[in-house]
Ligand binder design. Structure first.
Ligand code: ATP
Ligand code: MG
Length: 224
């Protein structure tokens, strides 16, 4: 909306009009989760989407994320294991970035992979599905050459698609933080980088959840 006004009162009217029409009102009751930098809310006009607000830091990471999303959109990647990005909106809490909200088959917001791995019982319950979901996520990242920063279990949701089935969705930390991001242009380099990130991720799983015997089993190489 473009707003030109000859006097301050007309300008004030125009501003309040913009605010009531365009500004999305976020309520703390709609908070889904909070990381070190952002808070994530259910979109009040569409429960299938969420809005992320930067609450600390410079916002540089958000800009890098948006640039990387633009690149992935240009390349036409599948959004099977990444939430779609729908652009920026203005809210009462500041600028917000709109994404798909990841929900389980029963409509509940999905829990993080960390949640499932922190409980040996939950890992055992979903063992085969988790194992398959990890293999599928790796294959997806390689197929579409999606580069991530350090993969962390708090930034991956395990979306239950049924009682005993699920897939992993990366909700944060995608993109290439290299000073000169060559891997964005050289597919073989991208795949090499993804393989390396994945090896480190598996190592971090074994280390951080060492007491979880069900996870050790799920990570064992398949016997043929
Ligand atoms: N698309 C989504 N669907 C459902 N829940 C989400 C989604 N994105 C984020 N969340 C929830 O909000 C929390 C915070 O989001 P996010 O990880 O993007 O914040 P952050 O501050 O960037 O995290 P970090 O501490 O890793 O920097 C997540 O841990 C998750 O619980
Ligand atoms: Mg996070």
């Amino acid at each position: 909306m473009v707003c030109f006004a000859g006097n301050s009162s007309a300008f004030g009217d125009c501003m309040s009009d913009t605010q009531t029409k365009d500004m999305i009102e976020l309520d703390t009751r709609a908070l889904i989760g909070k990381g070190l930098h952002r808070e994530c809310f259910v979109h009040p006009e569409d429960p299938a989407r969420c809005i992320k607000i930067v609450v600390s830091g410079s916002g540089n990471e958000n800009r890098r994320e948006q640039a990387y999303y633009a690149e992935l959109t240009r390349r036409g990647v599948s959004w099977d294991m990444l939430p779609r990005f729908y652009g920026l909106v203005s809210t009462n809490l500041g600028e917000g970035a709109v994404f798909d909200a990841i929900r389980d088959y029963d409509n509940r917001i999905s829990f993080t992979l960390g949640h499932y791995l922190s409980s040996e019982q939950l890992t055992r319950l979903h063992g085969p599905a988790l194992r398959m979901a990890l293999d599928r996520l790796k294959a997806y990242l390689l197929e579409y050459r999606i580069i991530t920063m350090t993969l962390k279990t708090k930034n991956i949701l395990f979306q239950l698609t049924g009682e005993n089935t699920g897939k992993l969705v990366i909700i944060d930390n995608i993109g290439n933080s290299d000073f000169i991001p060559l891997a964005n242009h050289i597919p073989r380099l991208a795949r090499w980088k993804i393989q390396r990130k994945w090896r480190r991720f598996e190592r971090s799983l074994r280390r951080d959840y060492a007491a979880n015997r069900a996870l050790a089993q799920a990570l064992e190489p398949a016997r043929t």
